[in-house]
Design a protein around this ligand. Structure first.
Ligand code: NCD
Length: 321
């Protein structure tokens, strides 16, 4: 296969992606799915090292990046408790930490999750090696967007002519922002309907940005009226931690159960449509929906492992064999 567009580059945002680049990754992720399910050996990154630094809680993103690196033959320095146990506690800047970890681990790539919106840009500016954004503040989650797109591509069979309903918290949540942008960048004829309580709805400026990318955007406040035309319903939780930080727990309690995809509501969706969720979930997606044939949120996580393998390989290897 020919050289790839991700080689030696940072991956901090979906903003610079093209359809060709994304399709390249989707195909590599398909290959990785086979590697995983066949338990075949594919260790092109032997002797390379990944530093995985998480300043915010995580289950899926952390374990899948860690496993992705190991499965490709890499060694890993992984720290999930950066905000509690690193020198951040002593006042060290992110810039210094990034330079430090390169020296102390010899990392070939740094994977970062951090509560600041600009964290991965700061890290990239100060890094000798490529930085991958594993979630930055309220703004971006660009690997989640890619794995979500992979799930759509595998389960709906296309990334064009789509009607996607995104539900939950579009103010503090980063997954719907990154996925909507990615769809705007690479999909043709895609419509996104954002469903949220007014206080957690997408902001005007972002709607303008999406419209400029050619995405059709609608806002809705009644889940029941938008489900029957959806190809994908993408649920998200209301982001408790940001309310907590702002001392607004009462608001969180008031808003958290605004939109719940009950088993009955899920039956209003087209039979061939799918239900996604980046997880973790709270009450917005009851476990009773798990047996609905449209549910894809567990399978979605396997796309996460495959996609992160594809991305690590693409960043660290000029040519794949
Ligand atoms: C998401 C996140 O961290 O933004 N989780 C994830 O990576 N799958 C969504 C969330 O926390 O609600």
């Amino acid at each position: 296969m020919s050289s790839n567009p991700f080689y030696k580059k940072h991956y901090t945002t979906v903003d610079n992606l093209t359809r060709a680049n994304v399709m390249y990754l989707m195909q590599r992720a398909d290959f990785m799915l086979d590697v995983i399910s066949n338990k075949s050996e594919h260790i092109p990154l032997k002797n390379k090292h990944a530093a995985i630094l998480f300043y915010q809680p995580s289950t899926r993103t952390y374990t899948s990046f860690h496993a992705a690196a190991c499965r490709l033959g890499m060694t890993v320095t992984g720290i999930q408790g950066m905000s509690a146990y690193s020198s951040a506690v002593k006042g060290e800047t992110l810039a210094d930490t990034i330079k430090t970890v390169y020296q102390t681990t010899g990392a070939d790539v740094i994977v970062l999750r951090h509560p600041d919106d600009d964290s991965s840009k700061t890290a990239a500016k100060n890094s000798y090696v490529p930085v991958i954004n594993a979630g930055s503040g309220k703004r971006e989650h660009p690997t989640q967007a890619l794995l979500d797109l992979h799930t759509i591509y595998k389960n709906v069979g296309r990334i064009d002519n789509l009607n996607i309903v995104m539900v939950g918290d579009h103010l503090f949540g980063r997954t719907t922002k990154s996925l909507a942008k990615l769809l705007g960048l690479v999909g043709e004829n895609v419509k996104v309907t954002f469903v949220a309580p007014k206080e957690l709805q997408v902001v005007e400026e972002f709607i303008g940005e999406l419209a400029q990318m050619g995405l059709a955007v609608e806002l809705a406040y009644d889940l029941g009226t938008v489900l029957d035309c959806a190809d994908v319903v993408y649920m998200t939780r209301v982001q408790k931690e940001w309310f907590e930080d702002a001392g607004r727990l009462e608001d969180y309690k008031r808003l958290k159960d605004s939109f719940i995809l009950t088993p009955m509501l899920a039956e209003e969706m087209k039979p061939e449509s799918i239900i996604m969720h980046p997880l973790p979930r709270t009450d917005e997606l009851p476990p009773e929906v798990d047996t609905n044939p449209r549910a894809r949120y567990f399978k979605q996580m396997r796309s996460g492992l495959a996609l992160r393998m594809a991305l690590l390989e693409s960043i660290l290897l000029a040519e794949v064999v």
